[in-house]
Design a protein around this ligand. Structure first.
Ligand code: HEM
Length: 162
């Protein structure tokens, strides 16, 4: 009896990394790695602090996503997608890149945006919303620009090549 309970517990712990977080839809299996964040983190936590830590980053992500969802230029791209997962994985990615010490558990930028047909103008609109969200959070301009520079090389994986 005891052994069976322990075995069940061990099995459930083993299964935990692949479990779908509450409120999210399952995704096809993929290898989890911080390298999927597609960027090298800032060396220490000064950028993390410049973004006001976890609460500030969550507000910036929410501000960017909420603006994108109501922007007629790009809102269709988000229709039917798992926005709960998007908020979580983006928070992880930004935290990881900003030196906040998080683990990124999402897919690579290429994998996540495959077949979406995203164009340069769509990326420009999203960046506009990110900038507005950073302004609302009163992030210093130098810190804003350093994050934007970190994200810039991802364009080749996000934007569909014609
Ligand atoms: C440098 C720019 C971008 C970054 C850093 C980024 C980051 C991410 C991340 C971390 C995910 C989640 C990965 C996962 O679910 O495993 C994701 C998914 C997604 N992104 Fe982006 N993204 C960028 C540009 C864009 C643009 C320009 C759009 C559209 C205008 C967009 C729309 C989406 C959508 C709809 C999903 C959900 C995909 C799904 O659930 O299958 N992204 N992005």
């Amino acid at each position: 009896m005891f052994c069976a309970s322990v075995a069940a517990l061990l099995l459930s712990l083993q299964a935990a990394p692949d479990m779908t977080p509450a409120g999210e839809q399952p995704v096809a299996p993929y290898a989890h790695a911080n390298a999927n964040a597609d960027g090298v983190p800032f060396r220490d936590d000064h950028m993390w602090r410049a973004f006001h830590g976890a609460i500030g980053v969550a507000r910036v992500i929410d501000g960017m996503i909420d603006r994108s969802l109501t922007d007629p230029r790009i809102s269709d791209i988000f229709k039917g997608q798992d926005i709960t997962r998007l908020r979580r994985t983006l928070r992880e990615q930004f935290c990881y890149l900003l030196g906040g010490g998080c683990t990124y558990t999402g897919r690579t930028m290429q994998e996540a945006h495959r077949n979406m047909g995203i164009q340069s103008a769509d990326l420009a609109a999203l960046v506009e919303h990110l900038q507005a969200a950073m302004q609302t959070e009163h992030i210093a301009f130098t810190a804003q620009n350093r994050l934007l520079a970190k994200l810039a090389p991802m364009k080749r994986d996000v934007v569909k090549q014609k």
